[in-house]
Design a protein around this ligand. Structure first.
Ligand code: FES
Length: 281
């Protein structure tokens, strides 16, 4: 099916409002991302970030005129495209009066763990020694690698236990892409017994009391997920005679290579309507 790209119509006679769409950029976009007139799925809104990444990787930054072309390509308001592109630190939106950034970007994590491990001094050292024509040094929020602090990112390559020398050798080797990650796939994890407890809970094979007891004894805290210990009120409610029971809801689960951490929210149903009393039942 062929669909038409809607190019904003001129509502006023005389000079149009805003900047004109550059048809050459729209054509270049089609070459890079595919022709949206032939394949309407390329206009799916959830592809906006993907398209922005493709543009950023292609040119090293995003031109305003390119964003305008992308807005027309996806049939989105320019404001939506601009706001998304400027929200994320990894996109460099270059306004018409700005110069493109240098070819290499070093981001130094400035969140707490890295700060404690000397990130501030590292950033100052880098700033004092790089060629600002070629390299720029920026701050960045936590990169999720706090166990290897201080962390820096050169292009998209993360440097653990970063030092000026390590960063210099990464730049020298032009190693700007991330190393592939060998994650355990979900099906493999399940085959090895992952989510067995969750399944057992869903099938009613684990009592609330037993689960609360296990969590209490595990004394889990932190470890990348918020784990709330069962509260005393939850325990006492769970002990009340039927029909008061406790509702157990997994609210968040995070998969890491060696373990699964589940955040549980335990609420006694005495605060909720019992399912059997819901309208229509
Ligand atoms: S604080 Fe730097 S990676 Fe988390």
């Amino acid at each position: 099916m062929t669909v038409q790209t809607v190019i904003p119509k001129r509502r006023f006679r005389g000079k149009p409002r805003g900047r004109e769409l550059d048809p050459h950029l729209l054509e270049a976009l089609r070459e890079l991302l595919g022709d949206e007139r032939q394949d309407a799925t390329l206009r799916r809104r959830d592809l906006l970030i993907e398209h922005l990444h493709a543009l950023q990787d292609n040119r090293g930054h995003l031109l305003l005129a390119e964003l305008r072309a992308l807005a027309a390509y996806m049939n989105l308001p320019m404001a939506a495209v601009y706001e998304t592109a400027t929200f994320y630190a990894h996109f460099d939106v270059i306004h018409d009066d700005q110069l493109p950034p240098p070819a290499v970007t070093i981001r130094v994590c400035d969140s707490l763990t890295c700060q404690l491990a000397g990130a501030e001094a590292l950033k100052a050292q880098l700033e004092a020694n790089v060629d600002i024509e070629q390299v720029r040094v920026l701050r960045a929020p936590c990169m999720g690698r706090c166990d290897t602090a201080p962390v820096a990112e050169v292009g998209h390559y993360h440097v653990p236990f970063a030092t000026q020398e390590r960063i210099a050798s990464v730049i020298e080797e032009a190693h700007f892409h991330p190393d592939p990650v060998d994650w355990q796939r979900l099906n493999d994890y399940r085959r090895e017994g992952g989510f067995a407890l969750l399944q057992a809970c869903r099938e009613g094979e684990v009592t609330v009391e037993a689960l609360m007891e296990a969590m209490q004894q595990a004394n889990l805290r932190g470890l990348g997920a918020r784990v709330s210990l069962p509260s005393k009120s939850g325990r006492s409610c769970a002990r009340r005679p039927a029909p008061v029971t406790a509702l157990l809801m997994p609210t968040r689960a995070s998969l890491v290579p060696s373990r699964i951490a589940i955040t549980w929210k335990i609420r006694p149903t005495s605060f909720l309507k019992a399912p059997w009393s819901a309208p229509g039942r």
